[in-house]
Design a protein around this ligand. Structure first.
Ligand code: PGA
Length: 251
């Protein structure tokens, strides 16, 4: 049975004290809420250890927003999957459109990162999604298929089963412009069909596919009601405990 998940992606926001407070507030709210989904926060590298010390990771999962595509050594400024895992984090976001767009991450780089994350026991939250021009010219199905095929579809079924997918149309990220629930469902169902073709029905049924892009308390319910939308990857609305909990409570 696949899991419903709401995951926060803090991006490059909050200082360490601010982040610790936010995480602590979310953790407290979750203790009282008995959520009907798993909840995860992905935080900046600097925040992993202090946040871990202030939350109960049995009720609030912890992840990084990225990891390196090499194991160790002379890569100044990089943080390896092993380093992330050693903080006690369990998840890592990979393939976010901002990493692809601003830091030149390619399908091949991401394939390396996914492999290293899995080797170190981290669960990747792997993002795919089209830019506006690809939505408008109708090539978005091919774009998403290539993103999945080129970075993930060489994995064994066992390893693929550890991946959480996130569909994030780039035109909806941070723009206030959400994909409609029908638009999201169309792609989520398409992704599940691709996974079925590659790994079979059971693996596809068990794969969690999150929607990301201007998801907020007011639209989460409609999105999460769709049969193939298993939760959300939340940027802006994850930076306020109340908003984030509003989305968690949409389940
Ligand atoms: P947003 O970001 O919710 O601010 O649109 C989502 C994401 O980039 O993961």
């Amino acid at each position: 049975m696949r899991k419903n998940i709401v995951a926060g992606n803090w991006k490059m926001n909050t200082t360490v004290p601010e982040g610790v407070k936010l995480a602590y507030d979310v953790n407290c709210a979750l203790k009282n809420a008995q959520p009907k989904c798993d909840v995860i926060i992905a935080v900046p590298f600097t925040h992993l250890v202090p946040v871990k010390m202030h939350i109960d990771t049995n009720i609030l999962g912890l992840g990084a927003e990225n990891c390196a595509d090499h194991t160790k050594g002379a890569f100044t400024g990089e943080v390896s999957a092993a380093m992330v895992a050693s903080t006690g984090a369990s998840y890592v976001i990979l393939g976010h459109s901002e990493r692809r767009q601003y830091y030149g991450e390619t399908a091949a780089t991401l394939k390396e990162k996914v492999g290293l994350a899995l080797e170190n026991g981290l669960k990747p939250i792997f993002c795919v999604g089209e830019v506006l021009a690809q939505r408008e010219d109708g090539s978005y199905f091919d774009v998403i298929k290539a993103q999945l095929t080129d970075s993930l579809f060489d994995l064994s079924a066992e390893d693929f089963g550890k991946i959480i997918l996130a569909y994030e149309p780039v035109w909806a990220i941070g723009t206030g412009k959400t994909a409609s629930a029908d638009q999201a469902e169309e792609i989520h169902a398409f992704i599940r069909k691709l996974v079925t073709e590659k790994y079979g029905k059971q693996v596809a049924e068990d794969t969690t596919i999150l929607y990301g892009g201007s998801c907020k308390p007011s639209n989460a319910k409609e999105l999460f009601a769709k049969p193939d939308v298993d939760g959300g990857l939340i940027g802006g609305a994850a930076l306020k405990a109340d908003d984030f909990m509003g989305i968690v409570n949409a389940f």
